[in-house]
Ligand binder design. Structure first.
Ligand code: ADP
Length: 264
């Protein structure tokens, strides 16, 4: 099922979580970023278009400045995002440049999706970048966002992006293989759910546990993202980003995940 869903999609939004982009010590996982850019280049050669939604600015900020790790103050958290966003994009730029691909950055807030003119501008920018072979990399503008205007997590941001760009598929890479009936980090007997047709039914049947160290959304926001995109006819995949060549193995069926089927 998953290889077919990927094969059928031309326009793909891919979201990478903080846990996937950072090593356990909080530094950027450059080897992963290089390998990922390589797989995106292969997709482009196969005629597919990719938009990335990349988390990891705050983690990158802490490891870059090597201070403020424990500061809870919002100004420090936002300052860390300002520092880390540069580090994050520098790493992505190097990774994609090695494959002769340019990248473009869009930093968005909830307000941007509410305003018609801004939405139109964002949409046009994404279309222009992609049409010209440039890979857009999107993140929430955490240095200006505050509670009331935040999307709050990149799962929902990637869903809004997929809808905005009229994508054919949304893929979320996390540090788990998919949705389980209970948190696999806490229960060794948790069972993976390979296919979801009805998200309301799924919610009623599973236990949603706590998120991980660097993660913000947890599985709850991934289900919200699935609800959003499937309502627009866009399927969603949730898979493990820590597996070697995660995108390729998913496309060839060598690894699995959870597929959320689009509503008819
Ligand atoms: P990311 O940074 O990739 O977005 P998060 O840490 O925010 O990831 O969310 C994924 C985490 O959600 C998993 O590592 C897992 O521990 C937790 N989780 C809680 N309940 C479940 C469940 N029912 N199925 C899968 N994962 C779950």
């Amino acid at each position: 099922m998953i290889p077919k869903v990927i094969a059928d999609a031309r326009k793909i939004v891919i979201k990478l979580g903080s846990n996937t982009l950072a090593l356990p010590d909080g530094t950027m996982n450059r080897a992963f970023m290089n390998e990922f850019a390589d797989q995106c280049a292969d997709l482009a050669k196969a005629g597919k278009q990719v938009v990335l939604v990349s988390s990891g600015a705050q983690v990158a900020g802490v490891s870059t400045i090597d201070r403020w790790a424990r500061k809870k103050d919002i100004h420090y958290r936002q300052a860390l995002c300002a520092i880390g966003q540069v580090e994050l994009m520098q790493n992505w730029r190097e990774a994609f440049a090695a494959r002769d691909l340019h990248i473009g950055q869009l930093l968005l807030t909830r307000e941007d999706f509410k305003d018609d003119q801004r939405t139109l501008n964002m949409r046009n920018t994404i279309f222009t970048l992609v049409d010209e072979g440039v890979v857009p990399i999107i993140n929430e503008n955490d240095s200006v966002s505050y509670e009331e205007i935040r999307i709050g997590d990149n799962d929902n941001l990637s869903a809004l992006t997929a809808i905005l760009w009229s994508a054919d598929l949304l893929i979320l890479f996390s540090d788990i293989d998919g949705v389980y009936d209970k948190n696999p980090k806490e229960h060794s007997d948790a069972a993976l759910i390979p296919e979801v047709k009805d998200i309301t039914e799924l919610r009623a049947g599973i236990t949603i546990g706590a998120a991980n160290s660097f993660g913000t959304g947890g599985i709850g926001t991934k289900l919200e993202a699935a609800e959003k995109v499937t309502a627009y006819g866009i399927p969603m995949l949730l898979a493990n980003g820590s597996a070697p060549r995660c995108l390729e193995t998913l496309a060839t069926g060598k690894s699995g995940g959870t597929v959320f089927l689009a509503r008819e």
